[in-house]
Ligand binder design. Structure first.
Ligand code: MTE
Ligand code: MO
Length: 432
């Protein structure tokens, strides 16, 4: 349907001759991204909040955030699988959207080559916003994928890159949607989705040329229907879902998680669940975990030093909690056993509601050797300094002799090889 008052723009003749390119197809891909990308964005922001960055400098991987931290809140401990869900969605959906993103870019790629490149100030601004949009999208997806697959390709700098990139991308998306939404609605109404799904290659005709300039002026013969193109992208996404989701869903699906860098084969037995970083990799010294290991518990005016035997004599409690990593993988509930954090607070004089705690590992360096936990996390009866898991003593790589486990929180908060707990530490800085 060609509305008379609409100026018809064609693509420059060139290599872009697919008869499938047109506003309808672009809008279908765009609509999927319009639903998916906000979910990825919001779950990403939640992930930042889940680190409790305002509690202590060591928790904050993006200290220069400024106003972009406006939304931060105390991360709750309920439901106990909260971060498992939000971060599983963030990473899995991000990966599953990759084929859609590529298809969307393919569908508009000729427009990125429009000549002359700039005709007016307005057009220059539009092209700049497109640059931020496309650049932002590629940047966010590539940094995210690299971090998940290779972790620490950008030592230390992944968090700020991904965080600021997300905000740039967000503003570019808002501007783009504001500009394009009426056109998308018009394009989606121009063809019936179900009719399109019934059309085979032979019946496939180019869309009517319009002012979007997406339709080729010399369309080639179709080699694929729109149904085929949508199916191909959909299958691509489905395939990625199948090889990814298992790392967060777990169970026997973990074996299908071919793209999961962590623990497709976590071993068997009580300690047979994924390990993020082994003791050897983090240079945790065996002599610090042996006979000489002591747990130091600090209160405002009291310090208690406990041997492993002492810790074992304190009241032991159980809780079933998963480990859920920022990289998107998580475990099913594991059955932990150990001393409640709030009981340890009581040991150094906090008899009412306990304060937050600064947790330090015997590990000498690395970003996750220490963490600050908020009072709601210490107060929760499921929060433990765990000594055992699934009926056995913790393995060295899971944090022997003692590790923290907290409900609802990112894996980062579950410090392994704990040596010191400082309750109510006002600065949440290291003490000696
Ligand atoms: N001391 C120390 N504890 C740590 C880490 C670390 O690097 N050092 N990594 C954390 C992260 S990022 C995760 S996801 C969990 C993983 O625990 P697991 O290896 O037992 O599965 O441990 C946490 N505890
Ligand atoms: Mo993690």
């Amino acid at each position: 349907m060609n509305v008379p008052h609409v100026t018809v723009r064609h693509l420059p003749p060139g290599p872009w001759r697919s008869p499938l390119r047109g506003p309808w197809l672009t809008s279908v891909f765009g609509l999927v991204l319009l639903v998916g990308i906000p979910l990825v964005f919001v779950t990403g922001l939640l992930s930042y909040a889940a680190y409790n960055p305002d509690l202590a400098p060591i928790n904050d991987k993006t200290p220069g955030k400024g106003l972009f931290g406006f939304y931060l809140f105390s991360w709750p401990t309920d439901p106990y699988w909260l971060y498992r869900l939000t971060q599983g969605v963030h990473v899995t959906l991000g990966i599953v959207l990759v084929p859609v993103l590529l298809a969307k870019l393919w569908s508009v790629v000729p427009r990125l080559y429009t000549l002359p490149p700039v005709r007016s100030v307005a057009q220059a601004l539009e092209r700049l916003s497109l640059l931020l949009l496309v650049g932002g999208a590629l940047f966010e997806f590539v940094t995210g994928l690299l971090n998940v697959q290779l972790d620490y390709v950008f030592p230390g700098s992944f968090y700020p890159l991904h965080f600021y990139g997300a905000w740039v991308f967000f503003f570019a998306v808002v501007a783009h949607v504001a500009q394009r939404l009426p056109r998308v609605v018009r394009a989606l109404r121009s063809r019936e989705f179900r009719a399109e799904l019934r059309t085979n290659t032979a019946g496939t005709r180019p869309e009517a040329p319009d002012d979007t300039g997406l339709v080729s002026s010399r369309p080639a013969e179709p080699t694929m229907s729109r149904r085929g193109a949508l199916g191909m992208v959909g299958l691509g996404s489905l395939a990625l879902l199948v090889v990814t989701a298992g790392q967060s869903i777990g169970g026997s699906l973990r074996r299908t998680a071919l793209l999961a860098p962590h623990g497709r084969n976590p071993g068997s037995g009580p300690n047979g669940f994924p390990i993020n970083k082994t003791a050897a990799l983090l240079h945790v010294r065996p002599q610090d975990l042996g006979e000489n290991w002591r747990l130091v518990v600090n209160g405002n005016s009291r310090r208690v030093t406990l041997s492993l035997a002492d810790v074992r004599r304190l009241p032991q409690h159980r809780s079933a909690l998963p480990i859920a990593c920022v990289e998107g993988w998580s475990t099913e509930d594991q059955h932990w056993e150990g001393v409640r954090l709030r009981d340890l607070a009581r040991l150094v004089g906090f008899h009412g509601d306990p304060p937050g705690v600064f947790v330090e590992s015997v590990q000498l360096s690395g970003p996750f050797r220490a963490v600050a936990l908020r009072d709601n996390q210490v107060r929760d009866p499921r929060s433990l300094l765990a000594l055992r898991v699934n009926g056995a003593v913790l393995s060295r790589d899971h944090g022997f002799p003692a590790r923290v486990i907290v409900p609802g929180a990112p894996g980062v908060m579950n410090t392994k090889w704990v040596r010191q707990l400082s309750f109510g530490a006002t600065t949440f800085g290291p003490r000696s």
